[in-house]
Design a binder for this molecule. Structure first.
Ligand code: GLN
Length: 451
């Protein structure tokens, strides 16, 4: 804990990965644990980790990087956080993010952007950019992020970390501030695949407080990794839609080299198709914004956080609290989400998107008839410059093309670092996508590739 806090003190002025650091509490906890002695029943005993500021932490601020929750301190832990603590982990701080997880660069934060530790002129990706940066900058040993449309996998790829987006329902969302409830999942960002496996084993599993968490046994992911030394017999699907034009040459080169390694380890690449990929960005942004507009209605100045004290009546109080509390991107999404749900447009937009979502899921089900794992780049490009894409939100949305289909389909994915891009010198991430509850195979494949 001391080493991590020293590292935080030395690097935070450049990186800004944290919205708050619970240094004293972490040290006190570590001292108490030292005094009591090691506990072999706790798999994360004494390991300092960070947590994205969208997850409720008892007694510590939970801001979602928004002014509207600036002073909000929950009186309970999210289930995933509670499970980390029960496993002996020490939470050293809350990490910066795009406000309410809306973004792909961690620039939409009320507390300033996070910078990529590999090159501080570049973004760390997002929305879990603070989590990825805190791991990459060696400020902690692992972090919890959330992935609604790539927000674990893409920042992991931009910062050279491992990121896991579990199957929808694998990890309880209790205590995770909802962005798009049918897409959100919590997962780990770590330096290595075994670390991710360990964290996932701890946080996964049914929780009676989240009715969408699935009641099926949690495999020992670390054991699943250890059991697989090579990739013999594994069929890896390569969707032509993910390995096509629009991909930066440096990303393609690094990802193809990883595929060569998979072949050497015994895997067989098979061409597959995900034909509805071209509709994924439009579909995702309709579904996500619709759900966000509904979820964010709870921030009314009454129940949580910021309230405009100068308001003259109740409606004025709602309007001015929300106007002052939410940032530009959040407002844009609430308006678009409200629009696609409105009576005259529901059928044309929301219902249509829900139908296309079903087709996107079917693409994956069909592809998994022919392969065990699907593989492709996590992002078409490596980390871009700070400020480079902020003027044009659509440009930013289009960068999510490879990550968002998976959330619409509810399936798991793992992003692993596969080297540095020859042009930018920045990390490149390869993602492995699997069938529902196929995290064990994904992690074993990822580990074999990274060894
Ligand atoms: N970039 C996507 C968005 O802005 C994904 C974010 C996420 O996964 N939370 O919605």
């Amino acid at each position: 804990v001391t080493a991590c806090l020293d590292r935080i003190a030395a690097t935070e002025p450049d990186i800004n990965a944290f919205t708050s650091v619970q240094g004293e509490a972490a040290l006190a906890q570590a001292k108490a644990m030292d005094a009591a002695g090691p506990d072999a029943t706790k798999p994360l005993w004494g390991v300092p980790v960070s947590v994205k500021d969208i997850l409720a932490t008892k007694g510590a601020p939970t801001t979602c990087s928004s002014r509207i929750l600036e002073n909000f301190v929950p009186f309970y832990d999210a289930t995933a956080v509670a499970r980390l603590r029960e496993a002996g982990a020490i939470i050293i701080g809350k990490t910066n993010m795009d406000e309410f997880a809306m973004g792909s660069s961690t620039e939409n934060s009320a507390f300033g952007p996070t910078r990529n530790p590999w090159d501080t002129n570049r973004v760390p990706g997002g929305s879990s950019g603070g989590s990825a940066a805190s791991v990459a900058a060696r400020q902690c040993f692992g972090s919890l992020g959330t992935d609604t449309g790539g927000s674990i996998r893409q920042p992991a790829s931009f910062c050279g970390c491992v990121g896991v987006k579990p199957t929808y329902g694998r990890v309880s969302r209790y205590g995770c501030v909802a962005y798009a409830s049918s897409l959100d999942q919590i997962g780990p960002l770590t330096r290595t695949v075994p670390d991710a496996a360990l964290m996932l084993s701890v946080i996964a599993g049914h929780d009676q407080r989240d009715s969408t968490s699935v009641d099926c046994p949690v495999p020992d992911y670390a054991a699943a990794i250890a059991a697989r030394a090579d990739l013999k017999g594994l069929r890896i699907g390569m969707p032509e839609e993910y390995w096509s034009e629009g991909l930066a040459p440096e990303v393609e080169t690094a990802c193809r080299a990883a595929m060569d390694r998979a072949r050497e380890l015994g895997a067989t690449p098979v061409p597959v198709r995900l034909p509805h990929t071209k509709f994924a960005v439009a579909t995702y942004y309709i579904v996500a914004m619709a759900e966000a507009s509904s979820n964010l209605a709870r921030f009314d100045g009454v129940r949580y956080g910021l309230r405009d004290k100068d308001a003259t009546d109740l409606i004025d109080m709602y309007v001015s609290s929300r106007s002052k509390g939410f940032g530009t991107e959040v407002k844009r999404r609430i308006m678009l989400g409200t629009y696609v749900l409105s009576a005259g447009y529901y059928d044309a937009y929301y219902r249509k998107a829900a139908q296309v979502r079903r087709l996107i899921r079917q693409d994956f089900l069909d592809a998994f008839e022919q392969c065990d794992v699907i593989c492709g780049p996590a992002s078409p490009v490596t980390a871009w410059g700070i400020g480079e894409k902020t003027a044009d939100p659509l440009q930013m949305y289009l960068m999510d093309i490879f990550t968002i289909s998976l959330n619409l389909a509810g399936l798991p994915g793992v992003s692993i670092p596969v080297g540095l891009g020859a042009d930018s010198g920045m990390p490149v991430g390869l993602q492995l996508l699997g069938p529902a509850f196929g995290e064990d195979t994904l992690l074993a494949t990822a580990d074999a590739l990274m060894r």
